[in-house]
Design a protein around this ligand. Structure first.
Ligand SMILES: C[S@@+](CC[C@H](N)C(=O)[O-])C[C@H]1O[C@@H](n2cnc3c(N)ncnc32)[C@H](O)[C@@H]1O
Ligand code: SF4
Length: 369
């Protein structure tokens, strides 16, 4: 390995069950394919590995449900991946046993991101989740017992039937587990899906409440001492001075190159972006024959890259350096945003104000050329 890419994403698509709201590349069950899939991932790594630097900063195993992958296969994969300073694995609470937590820890995993979503049993049923609230708590305890000192919880708000009181109770329940990091996502319901069909009227009724819910999330978590470092992400200030932001995602928001392995995985390297086929059969067949999987390839010119840098960079609480990005900015839109108290430009940097961050994408769209 002698390239410059320092971030590796590995997609593990298998899930026990498909949750109604999920739009990720997932495959239900297929236990018979887990070993072949890990073989294929390792072959893809061999084919693409030259892009990677010798010293990787981050590896992120995302899903799907990485921890639903047969444990010996998951351990074999982790052992074969290059070393990295931070190795994160996404996990579903019901899969986290004491055995799994210990196996991840001894395989060098440094951080686990748990999909809690909500602690209200009736809302977990709406989301068609397998885990109950106690599974989330048990999972965190197993991870702590195994020595994990960097645990993140994902929550979703805007779930059909969720009241403001439910949301505050979810935040309280999450905080009680003292996670180092929290991601709080507004529920995205894709038009035309089974979920949207089933819950459309309630989703529409709730749409007006979402801004208020977002403000409650930020108020409760910042009030508890968490840093609102990205639109949907919060981290604890650490007593030992560790930076507890999600390193892998941070580098993505900062526009760094990354290599993605697995079905549906995206890579962005040197202004070229490609997405692997989402078809499991095609992916396995290509790699078994020693070929790269089918891919959609896009060439990103400087304009596109600069716009992405602005869009992603303004999600962060740190000022975005705008030298080199001027062509992507609309001076009139920028002036308007400043006048309305939504953005501040100073010393060659641009930052959204607190109010600007709540309005988020709308403000950024106005600032972009
Ligand atoms: C790649 S997903 C899968 C993680 C894991 N399999 C799980 O379900 O917990 C990572 C996170 O994205 C969020 N997510 C997934 N689908 C979403 C949706 N439709 N709207 C908002 N957030 C979503 C969830 O919080 C989830 O934990
Ligand atoms: S477990 Fe996670 S990845 Fe799998 S279907 Fe549910 S939300 Fe999607």
């Amino acid at each position: 390995m002698s390239g410059h890419v320092r971030h590796l994403y590995v997609h593990l698509p298998f899930c026990a069950h498909r949750c109604g709201y999920c739009d990720f590349v997932t495959v239900v069950g297929r236990e018979g394919h887990h070993a072949a899939y890990v073989d294929a991932l390792l072959r893809e790594l061999e084919l693409e590995g030259a892009a990677l630097a010798d010293d990787l900063e981050t590896i992120f195993l995302g899903g799907g449900t990485p921890t639903f992958t047969a444990l010996p296969e998951l351990v074999r994969l982790l052992a074969a991946l290059p070393a990295a300073e931070d190795v994160t694995v996404e996990a579903n609470p019901e899969t986290v046993t004491a055995e799994l937590a210990a196996a991840l820890r001894s395989a060098g995993v440094s951080r686990v991101s748990l999909g809690a979503q909500t602690f209200r049993p009736e809302l977990l049923r709406v989301l068609e989740r397998v885990a109950g609230p106690d599974d989330v708590r048990r999972a965190v305890h197993h991870l702590r017992d195994a020595g994990f000192d960097n645990v993140s919880l994902d929550l979703i708000y805007g779930i059909p039937g969720q009241s403001a009181t439910d949301l505050v109770a979810d935040l309280d329940d999450a905080l009680e587990l003292e996670p180092e990091h929290l991601s709080c996502y507004e529920l995205e319901a894709k038009p035309g899906t089974r979920f949207t069909h089933a819950w459309g009227a309630e989703l529409e009724r709730q749409a007006d409440a979402l801004e208020d819910y977002f403000e409650r999330v930020v108020a409760r978590l910042t009030g508890a001492g968490y840093r609102w470092y990205e639109t949907a992400n919060f981290c604890r200030a650490d007593a030992e001075g560790r930076d507890l932001r999600s390193r892998h995602n941070l580098d993505y928001w900062l526009g760094r190159d990354y290599l993605g392995l697995g079905i549906g995985a995206v890579s962005t390297i040197d202004g070229r972006r490609w997405r692997n086929t989402a078809g499991l059969g095609r992916y396995l067949a290509a790699l078994a024959a020693g070929r790269s999987p089918e891919r959609e390839v896009e060439c990103l010119d400087d304009d596109v890259l600069a716009r992405e840098r602005v869009m992603l960079g303004l999600r962060l609480d740190e000022p975005l350096r705008v030298d080199g990005l001027r062509a992507a900015l609309d001076p009139a839109g920028l002036e308007r945003a400043e006048r309305l108290g939504l953005a501040v430009e100073a010393e060659g940097t641009l930052t959204l104000t607190r109010r600007g961050r709540f309005l988020g994408g709308g403000v950024t769209a106005d600032i972009l050329a």
